[in-house]
Design a binder for this molecule. Structure first.
Ligand code: ATP
Length: 289
């Protein structure tokens, strides 16, 4: 089986600044760091590092070759990543002395990806494979529909939350993944209690309060968060989603996949960084919190 992830690839530029810039102000940063980001890239990294056969469907600009090489280095098949004549998606992240941040996000190539490219890439998928998708690319609903028609499991990590996007993708979704805030937002937008949500499987992650899964027959599973010293929770949700998908793809039961994902996410939060900090399956197996 394989996971086909229609996902964003972002270049994150981090600037440490004495304070967040005021309108009209020019401000010198005291530190600069660049990293690979985007929910799509994070989830591909997690699924591949977990050991699942993972193909990333997406796009970068000519400035994004290193990001693609980084994904490849983690074992992601990047053949369906197009190089477009537009800048890669990127984020300018200013962080002040108190840890407060201000972010400018340019979606770039992630939203410029042609539908024909997505369709051609998905045509290589096989019955029983998984389409994984988030809310940072073009053509989510079209891809989800095509995947459903091909007999794929469609896993939708509905973040960043957008009610219209969820409404469009939900009819084709097998497994919906939300964090606690997104769960409340969706329930309010649809005016439906979460238990009545019309989706075969639902996974809600609740940070340090653990994660719960409900199956199509009403069966349930729960994984408490592991007690660890959290130093950086960025990417915890993406690590969880990638590992959970990989677990199901590799034949684990939902409860087993949930426990595995919770262990991987707990190990992630003990490390600084996002995609680069996502652990491998061997590290997860050796982890003793
Ligand atoms: P992010 O946006 O920061 O990537 P998220 O809001 O999508 O995260 P969370 O629900 O915060 O996702 O976290 C996902 C999972 O990661 C949790 O269900 C839990 O298993 C694990 N996790 C998160 N925070 C902690 C923590 N402080 N200690 C241990 N595990 C954690």
């Amino acid at each position: 089986m394989a996971i086909h992830n229609l996902g964003s690839i972002n270049i994150d530029h981090f600037y440490r600044v004495p304070h967040l810039p005021e309108p009209g102000e020019t401000l010198a940063a005291t530190e600069y760091r660049m990293g690979l980001g985007g929910k799509g890239a994070n989830q591909s990294a997690a699924a591949a590092r977990a050991g699942a056969r993972t193909r990333h469907i997406g796009a970068v600009g000519s400035d994004g070759a290193w990001a693609v090489a980084r994904l490849k280095g983690w074992g992601v098949d990047t053949t369906p990543v197009a190089t477009l004549d537009t800048p890669s998606g990127h984020a300018i992240i200013n962080v002040d002395a108190t840890g407060e941040n201000a972010i400018v996000l340019f979606p770039g190539a992630n939203r410029a990806l042609p539908l024909s490219h997505v369709e051609a890439a998905l045509a290589a998928a096989r019955l029983g494979d998984t389409l994984l998708l988030q809310n940072e690319t073009a053509h989510q609903a079209e891809a989800a529909r095509q995947a459903r028609d091909l007999g794929l499991r469609v896993v939708y990590s509905a973040a960043p939350f957008d009610a219209e996007a969820v409404r469009a993708v939900l009819p084709f979704t097998t497994l919906l993944i939300l964090n606690a805030v997104e769960a409340l937002q969706l329930s309010a937008a649809l005016q439906t209690p979460l238990d009545a949500l019309d989706v075969p499987e639902l996974l809600i992650t609740r940070g340090a309060d653990g994660a719960e899964w409900r199956g199509r027959d009403g069966s349930r599973a729960f994984a408490p968060a592991l007690a660890v010293k959290a130093v950086d929770t960025t990417g915890a949700g993406d690590t969880f989603a990638g590992y959970f998908c990989a677990g199901l793809d590799l034949g684990r039961t939902p409860q087993d996949a949930l426990t595995w994902a919770a262990t991987a996410a707990a190990l992630k939060v003990t490390r600084h960084g996002t995609a680069d900090a996502i652990p491998s399956a061997a590290e997860v197996a050796a982890f003793r919190p």
